[in-house]
Design a protein around this ligand. Sequence first.
Ligand code: CMP
Length: 692
Amino acid sequence: LLSQIAPDASLRMILRKPPEERTVNDLDNIYEELIHVKALSHLSSLVKRELASVLLFEAHPYQNTTIFNQGDEGESWYIILKGSVDVSIQGKGIVSTLHEGDDFGKLSLVNKSPRSATIITKENNCHFLRVDKDDFNRILKDVEANTVRLKEHNKDVLILEKIPFNTKNEVDGPSQACYKYSVTIGAPEKILEHLLETRILSKDDDTNDTFVEDFLLTHIVFLPVVKLCPMLISYFKIMDNSKNFNFDACMSNKRRVVAFVKEWCGIAKDAFYEDYIITQFLQELLNSLRIDSRIHSCLKEEVKVVESIVESDPYSDSKENKKVKFLWRKGSRDVAEKLRKPIRPLDETIFKVYCADHTYTTLKVSMDTPASKIIALAAEKLSLKNDNGLALCEVRSNGEKTLFKENDVSITSSLSINGRLFLSPTEHLDALTILIEQEGPIKGTWQLLEMYGSKELAYVLTLHDWELFNAVHPYELIYQVFGRHKFNKITANLDLFMRRFNEVQFWVCSELCLCSNLGKRVTLLRKFIKLALHCKEYQNLNSFFAIIMGLSNVAVSRLSLTWEKLPNKFKKMFSDFEQAMDPSRNHRRYRFLVEQLQPPIIPFMPLLLKDMTFTHEGNKTFFNGLVNFEKMRLISNTIRTMRKCRSAQLEIPIPQNMKYFQEIKEYITSLRVIDNQRTLTQLSLILEPRRA
Ligand code: CMP
């Protein structure tokens, strides 16, 4: 009988039957039909058969019928059999139209979030297939398409992919697979919207959903604060004058913005309060909230939250420490002495700028002063004419020159160990020669080192490294890797920590090359190997690697007379250490070593930077204006490694019978080294000439 009616109508008849009344034949008929539905094409035949027994038919005779509203709880998933619907979003209006074969309403079911849009029929006689929440969860949740594309005005604005996640209080044990849609690619604004609506104030306790953290650690790359702040304000106010004002939805929007700002402040820390745009935004938000809370007393808590964020500003005028002075001269002593707190953009740095004839002037400027301004200041003090163009450059101890660009900042921190700043007419740069002092010391300090114990040295070295490491802000890694000039922010703390690595490396090398007595040299070599051992025990992997690299430098490794006299025990120890540095299979040994350790750890910083650079160079940041959020996740992973390393405070016991603490500290924080490889090799050749 059925076959005599038009196929559509017959199917409708079957679908109108309550599921429990459908016959085997009915189910076959539905199944046959489902094979042709675009929205289901990715599903297996088994799943389609299961769907056949639960799908419901829903028809709407008139256009402009609301199927559900943005902000509602998600109850069902829909497939359009006939007709079309508009997707409408608060503050944007209609962003998209969906047609026959398209589906909608899946996001809120999978993410357990409110409806992200309102759906309205666009024509009379719209027919849908509907799957209700429980059936959806049972049959589809785990097999649902891996990718969801959201479009606005026919352009992709968000591409989501399914990721597994865990909840904290999992009763059914870990075997139960749970999924959530997470952003892989998207327009910055849409990513923010999605984050606010699905992750902020959401109920489930997802332990490995890092979306919020990923966003907050990396937004500076794709959504700078100048754009982010206005977006937050407009999201905060979007419902205020809406035609169909919905009280709950309006309050939720405001609460989400406040909760977001709280998380933001917690993750960005110093960088949050340092930014003038953010402090202004906070004031604006607080003012709006105060006005709102007079009408809606339920917002009182939110006012308190924002007030306490504003009050925690360490740089607010009342606290008056916006400028923390610190000195900076040729060596690193002055810096280290004052380095209790991270260096900030307004902190002052004192340094010398030299001319070709080695006369100089001393300048005092803030860290964020651009090269162009330093050139102007120095030119005036040195009475140099700026007509034909003056250039600021670093001359390294090996004579290499690096020019600074006009808007470069953080200049003094970026210098190499024995590098100095020179100002010169652009056409005479070639004539610049190094200062005597840049060559480094001519005498070693083996006598001092003989006096200091290796454990004591390692202890003080580690305290110092820990301070430097802790001052590094995660954003500094991003500035460095994505290009400092794009952000106009200082990277002084990262620079200092990276420079420390080189300093320790060249220190080991210099001391050995400056020790002319063979017997003393062997003792010194032993001392450095022991020092490496203690650094490793203190989980100071940065200095551990620096020492091993210093010992592996050709100027040292070629000293065969010295190495021959080293007791076997030390030879063995050194070769074990060298293996830990084996770069093969992407530094597998080192990574394995780190995995075994519990924080606090001082990581091998150059490798962290290398990982991030690798991610950056291997992945595009944007595709057609959409952010490649997968890349942001990878960048965040590296930052998470760094954050994990310092997630516990360094509390190593002071070595027993610690002697010379102050002296060692003085020594360790003002190492004098030769950083010119040629000089080191020459010294080495004098110590132990090449054998014929
Ligand atoms: P859900 O959030 O459950 O409810 C609204 C649905 O609209 C959403 O799932 C998507 O399936 C669909 N949709 C289509 N385009 C968009 C868009 N640009 N933004 C948000 N939702 C969209």
